[in-house]
Ligand binder design. Structure first.
Ligand code: NAP
Length: 314
């Protein structure tokens, strides 16, 4: 399919995801003009210094005027306020999308406020890092990563094809699914793993028998890999927890049951059960590498020279 071309792309929010879209869209020539809006003067100025767009507005309504593609790149809890703000200024026929990590809540927050003559197609690129802000973006972020679109009932097929083409041109593979199903899938592959990481790092921080300096010194034994995830943006993850509550609680209860079974296997020295589980999970890791969603390079692809220098510095 040929690349879609938009007259004006408006990005509301210009952190890691917004700036990566801006850089990739410009590189691929997907919009004649990129207009950027964010709530703080400070971030807007930084976006301008980084030359992420063609025009910069503090007023989100000014930014979306005349845009044929609008993408909200803000924490999910901000979706309703922005939908209300931009709704009167949206151009008829425009595609309105977002990148939020939860989808049912975004549909609930935005849909009632949007005019009937625009195409509302929520989205979620399954790509990210633990960094945030406009300096964190890079145009390759979406390459070979999935982007899930969750169109609402009655969505115009042409608009869906144009938005899919946009994400494909950014390097993504596009999947279309129902927003409720998205929230369930993401609860287990993303939200619960983040909650577990936040929890284990918090537990280690609270320990009294093991000192903080010991936790840091010996972190390469496993703990370190959780700390990368637990360094993710607190605002974004607060909103994910608050806005995908039901699916997260459902998956956490399954997780707790399985953890209890694991605890029992350890208590009763059930080596066969432990070995069976650890073999199954190792296969999942292999499948992820085979699917091209991670690297098989030892040490998760960390540069061993950098890692050695970092540990020398400790
Ligand atoms: P980020 O780097 O922290 O940037 C957030 C942007 O949203 C900034 O422009 C910020 O504005 C603005 N913002 C923050 N709070 C706001 C509020 N209450 N009202 C209006 N604007 C607000 O965030 P990000 O990582 O790009 O994430 C953006 C969205 O993408 C989130 O919905 C997240 O769930 C989703 N997502 C993130 C990842 C990831 O790995 N990070 C991956 C996939 C999807 P100021 O700086 O001007 O305050």
């Amino acid at each position: 399919m040929s690349k879609p071309k938009f007259r004006r792309l408006a990005l509301i929010g210009i952190g890691l995801i917004g700036s990566s879209i801006a850089l990739a869209a410009r590189r691929e020539g997907l919009a004649d003009e990129i207009v950027i809006s964010t709530r703080s003067e400070h971030t807007l100025r930084r976006a301008e210094e980084l030359n992420l767009g063609d025009r910069y507005c503090l007023d989100a309504a000014d930014a979306v005027a005349g845009a044929d593609l609008v993408i909200l790149c803000v924490p999910v809890g901000a979706s309703e306020a922005i939908a209300k703000w931009i709704a009167p200024a949206l151009a008829p026929g425009a595609i309105i999308s977002d990148v939020g990590s939860t989808k049912s809540s975004v549909v609930r927050q935005m849909q009632p406020h949007l005019p009937a003559n625009v195409h509302f197609i929520p989205g979620h690129p399954i790509a990210g890092t633990e960094e945030s802000g406009p300096d964190a973006g890079f145009p390759e972020l979406f390459r070979n990563r999935w982007c899930i679109l969750t169109p609402v009932e009655g969505t115009d097929e042409d608009a869906l094809a144009r938005l899919s083409g946009f994400w494909e041109a950014l390097g993504s593979m596009v999947e279309v699914m129902d927003h409720e199903h998205h929230d369930l899938v993401l609860a287990i592959v993303s939200h619960v793993p983040h909650i577990i990481a936040y929890n284990i790092v918090g537990t280690a921080d609270d320990l009294e028998a093991v000192t903080k300096s010991e936790v840091i010194k010996y972190s390469a034994s496993g703990f370190r890999d959780f700390t990368r995830i637990a360094a993710s943006d607190p605002t974004m993850w607060r909103d994910v927890c608050l806005h995908n509550k039901d699916a997260i609680l459902e998956m956490l209860s399954r997780f707790s049951e399985d953890l209890a079974a694991l605890q029992r296997a350890i208590r009763w020295s059930d080596g066969a059960a432990l070995f069976e589980l650890f073999s199954r999970t190792r296969d999942i890791r292999r499948s992820i590498i085979e699917a091209g969603q991670d690297t098989a390079v030892p040490n998760f692809g960390r540069d061993t020279k950098d890692a050695a220098e970092a540990s020398d510095a400790n």
